[in-house]
Design a protein around this ligand. Structure first.
Ligand code: ADP
Ligand code: MG
Length: 437
């Protein structure tokens, strides 16, 4: 069992109006389950940022309430609330005159942690986001690349171990390769920490890749669909959602499947220095014309043909032709991309420490498309609508707070005996306590 450190968030019939204009967000009721990543997607101006900022009250709702783990936070002190919620924006939103370390330690300092504890926590977080503390701790933001600044922004948001992380198009300003890496890192961080993450993006593919749940918004914060990526891709609720997904829903489903989930073919592979004649004999037996050459640590170097091997005494790397390599944790989407860019119909698959696992072919990926289009599993979707009805809040087994739609009752009656959502335990302690893979 992995500990969930996140908190449930409930927006209850929340509206934000600016003057006489049509409301930016209108009568939004939305449940965000604890420990999950919920993606807000939709066209520009539909109210994603407004909704996000109402959760930490950088924007005050005009009406409605925000309830976090059973506690109404609509009227609590906004600064105090924001110290309990991590917030990540584009380019990290770092303070330019502070070092990386000081940026990360900002909230702990406000919370008056002692120096040593702040220093330890800062280093721990820099490591979590793959930045060597020795190298980066004392640098200034402008000395870092966009991707590195973004990592510092994530580390800073996590500093006081908040149960909730709000992210507003955080990877919007970096190049596609860096973005892919940051996305994969966020997946790893979340697998370790289990925060409640609300993530705004206008990129549907990013939503599919990162989200446990996706909310598709239309103008005025209107929910067009709330579902898992699988559900939305298989059954778009309406034309608006279909248009938003765009063409090639089948192809997008490739973003849901990892290389390790599909058929990885075995192909003959020989280590540098092995007897070439034996290798050729194996190839003849298997009826293949090419084999993979591995280095002494089992990592693929390239292809050689049988003809080339026949001219060698031991398997050598000199003539090996390079070919694409993908990690078994890559998505099929990324794998296909890698093969197409390399102009190859297959790629070597590697596991931990880059060790050779087998090969994946374009054919395998195409077969997977047919397979994934099958019906996704039924899962009950959290509450999300704009009807004005407020769900009933109930404390069930093990004190787990859940919501059920019941228009006759309101949530107010259970408000007072609910547990505090941000326990003021030692965050470092909580962090260490959470399970590591
Ligand atoms: N400070 C403001 N004053 C007036 N209108 C605003 C303000 N901030 C946002 N809006 C309007 O609210 C709507 C939603 O904006 P926003 O939440 O930023 O959209 P998104 O993040 O989905 O692009 C837009 O129509 C925008 O013009
Ligand atoms: Mg926005």
């Amino acid at each position: 069992m992995t500990e969930i450190t996140g908190a449930t968030i409930l927006l209850e019939n929340v509206t934000k109006s600016y003057g006489a204009k049509k409301a930016a967000v209108n009568q939004l009721t939305l449940e965000i389950p604890a420990g999950k990543t919920v993606m807000f997607v939709g066209p520009s101006g539909c109210g994603k940022t407004t909704t996000l900022k109402m959760i930490n009250r950088l924007i005050e709702p005009t009406s409605g309430r925000i309830v976090i783990n059973g506690e109404d936070v609509t009227t609590m002190n906004g600064d105090e609330l924001r110290r309990r919620i991590g917030y990540v924006i584009q380019a990290g939103g770092l303070l330019p005159h502070l070092t990386v370390g000081a940026n990360v330690g900002l909230v702990p300092k406000m919370l008056k942690w002692d120096k040593q504890r702040i220093a330890d926590r800062t280093d721990e977080l820099l490591e979590l986001v793959s930045l060597d503390p020795e190298i980066y701790r004392d640098r200034y933001p402008k000395e870092l690349s966009g991707g590195q600044q973004q990592r510092v922004g994530v580390a800073r948001a996590l500093a006081a171990d908040p149960p909730v992380l709000l992210m507003d198009e955080p990877f919007g300003a970096v190049d596609p390769i860096t973005r892919q890496r940051l996305q994969e890192e966020l997946i790893h961080v979340q697998a370790e920490l289990h925060k409640t993450i609300v993530f705004v993006t206008h990129d549907f593919d990013e939503a599919v890749k990162l989200g446990d749940w996706i909310v598709i918004f239309n103008e005025g914060g209107k929910i067009e669909q709330y579902g898992t990526p699988e559900q939305i891709l298989a059954h778009p609720a309406n034309e608006f959602v279909e248009d938003f997904i765009g063409s090639g829903a089948g192809l997008k489903q490739l973003g849901l499947t990892r290389v390790r989930d599909v058929d990885i073919r075995q192909a003959p592979a020989f280590t540098v220095g092995e007897d070439a004649a034996t290798a050729v004999a194996h190839m003849n037996e298997a009826g293949v014309l090419r084999a993979i050459v591995l280095d002494s640590r089992d990592r693929p170097i390239g292809w050689v043909t049988r003809r080339q091997l026949e001219r060698m005494t031991t398997v050598g790397a000199a003539h090996a032709r390079q070919f694409p390599v993908v990690s078994d944790s890559a998505t099929l989407d990324d794998a296909l991309d890698t093969m197409l860019v390399a102009g190859s119909s297959d790629a070597a698959v590697t596991g931990s420490r880059g060790a050779y696992q087998g090969i994946i072919t374009v054919q395998t990926v195409i077969k997977a498309i047919d397979h994934i289009s099958a019906d996704p599993e039924e899962v009950s979707t959290p509450v999300g609508h704009n009807t004005g009805a407020i769900p009933k809040l109930a404390t069930g087994e093990n004190g787990v707070i859940s919501y059920a739609m019941d228009e006759e009752e309101t949530a107010t009656e259970v408000e007072n005996d609910s547990a505090p959502w941000a326990e003021h335990s030692d965050p470092a302690e909580t962090h260490r306590g959470s399970e590591r893979a």
